[in-house]
Design a protein around this ligand. Structure first.
Ligand code: ATP
Ligand code: MG
Length: 432
């Protein structure tokens, strides 16, 4: 009986176990992402799970929600202030500097697949640990590269079979563009400051542009008629944005301009984009988001270096694939069950299972010395296609029985012929 004094442990709030059926979907997504990233010339990087907290404070931005409220931050036993990674870009840029990658041919293209930690309010599609597949292309500022990165995100989604997504695109200019734009934006909201949602009001000073993509019903009506930044870009920033769009058109990539798209991190400049379901209206549905961050590397102590990238939420992508019916039932993991009956038969069954696995069959043993009927029931429950029945009496004569579990047909075969017979059956019979 369970000891009632011992607490039953559960996953911490906002986290979950990735179970085998989920894992298969994640692996499926990652497989497609890796293949598309390879075609675009990316190599993989894996930075440590924790870094100096200061890296994120500087890289992500002191005033952001991520740094202010959401980081898992701790002092280690040596007194270093560390944080679990709340996003991938700052770590990759740190690695770019640390390993002198500026000396390589630019852009340096790095992809990653990493757990991300943020102390967020858990809700559907929003966890405290999630997984991102992301890419960063560092060292080049060119509209063609921006389009290439968006194209990569789009092709990952397409290769997974998703046809119901759209790309939202905007340019948020750079520090200089915003110097003239932000006062206009503030002038628009200022008279209504009272009615703005408190959370949004808190952004008034440090990130006023975020008022534009607030999902709060109090702020939303006030967004009507707000000035949009693309109307106020300097000519060179506007030309850059125009060129990105021209490249996207040349690549045949559909996009929708969304002048209110601003993204949550401080470091973005110019091109920003998201991939969302075409009918999306919530804030937990963005499957992929990214942009250009020309100021970031300088922020973390490097020379001025441009960069662009995106992060794709694997859990959200998995959820979306499921909703779209694009997740196949995984192949039954076990094709052959080895049932055993009588003295010594289990040992022989082990040998048969080993031989089958060496020949590429998924083989599992029926444990527990139960009746043949119970063992065959197990075979059905695990989705086996065949059973090998190893009875002590048959074994003594060097034989076993192979049974097709769907048709109940069976064949006596010599011990040495088990692999051959199953190969014949599995590869010559029509498979429903
Ligand atoms: P959101 O606007 O949804 O909060 P974000 O701007 O914080 O997203 P990024 O930091 O750019 O997102 O992360 C890239 C992607 O990672 C998101 O588009 C989303 O798919 C996924 N993601 C971000 N936060 C979470 C989370 N808490 N749980 C699950 N997936 C997430
Ligand atoms: Mg967020």
């Amino acid at each position: 009986m369970a000891d009632s004094n011992v607490r039953q442990f559960q996953t911490p709030r906002g986290t979950r176990d990735l179970l085998p059926q989920d894992y298969d979907v994640h692996a499926h997504i990652l497989g497609h992402a890796r293949e598309q990233a390879r075609l675009a010339g990316f190599g993989f990087i894996e930075p440590p799970t924790f870094e100096h907290a200061e890296l994120f404070a500087r890289g992500v931005g002191e005033g952001t929600d991520i740094v202010e409220k959401e980081m898992y931050i701790f002092d280690d036993r040596g007194g270093d202030r560390l944080a679990l990674r709340p996003e991938g870009t700052a770590s990759v840029c740190r690695a770019y500097l640390q390993h002198g990658m500026a000396n390589l041919s630019q852009p340096v293209k790095l992809a990653y697949h990493l757990p991300i930690f943020r102390y967020e309010r858990p809700q559907a599609g929003r966890f405290r640990q999630h997984t991102q597949f992301g890419v960063e292309a560092i060292g080049v500022r060119d509209p063609g590269l921006d389009a290439e990165i968006i194209d990569l995100g789009w092709r990952i989604a397409q290769s997974l079979g998703l046809r119901d997504l759209k790309i939202l695109l905007n340019s948020i200019g750079d520090v200089e563009d915003r110097r003239s734009y932000v006062p206009l934006l503030k002038a628009h909201f200022e008279p209504h400051l009272e009615r703005i949602a408190p959370d949004d009001r808190a952004r008034w000073d440090r990130a006023p542009m975020r008022l534009l993509d607030s999902k709060d019903d109090r702020t939303r009506p006030l967004q009507q008629g707000a000035p949009i930044i693309t109307d106020h870009l300097r000519p060179e920033s506007a030309a850059y944005y125009y060129a990105v769009k021209s490249h996207l058109e040349a690549l045949d990539i559909p996009y929708e301009e969304r002048p209110t798209l601003v993204r949550g991190l401080d470091y973005y400049t110019h091109t920003v984009f998201e991939i969302v379901p075409a009918d999306a209206d919530g804030s937990q549905v963005t499957v992929l988001a990214g942009g250009r961050y020309d100021g970031l590397i300088e922020q973390i102590g490097g020379p001025p270096t441009p960069g662009i990238g995106f992060g794709m939420g694997i859990e959200r992508m998995a959820h979306h694939l499921r909703e779209q019916g694009l997740v196949d039932d995984p192949e039954p993991a076990v094709e052959v069950l080895i049932a055993s009956l009588g003295e010594g038969a289990e040992i022989a069954a082990s040998g048969i299972a080993g031989a089958l696995r060496r020949h590429g069959f998924a083989a599992t043993l029926a444990f527990g010395g139960r009746s043949l009927k119970a063992q065959l029931r197990q075979a059905n429950r695990i989705g086996a296609r065949y059973a090998v029945i190893a009875g002590a009496r048959d074994l003594a004569e060097g034989r076993v029985t192979i049974r097709d579990l769907a048709s109940s047909e069976q064949w006596p075969v010599g011990l040495d012929d088990v692999v051959g017979k199953l190969t014949d059956l599995a590869y010559t019979q029509p498979q429903d």
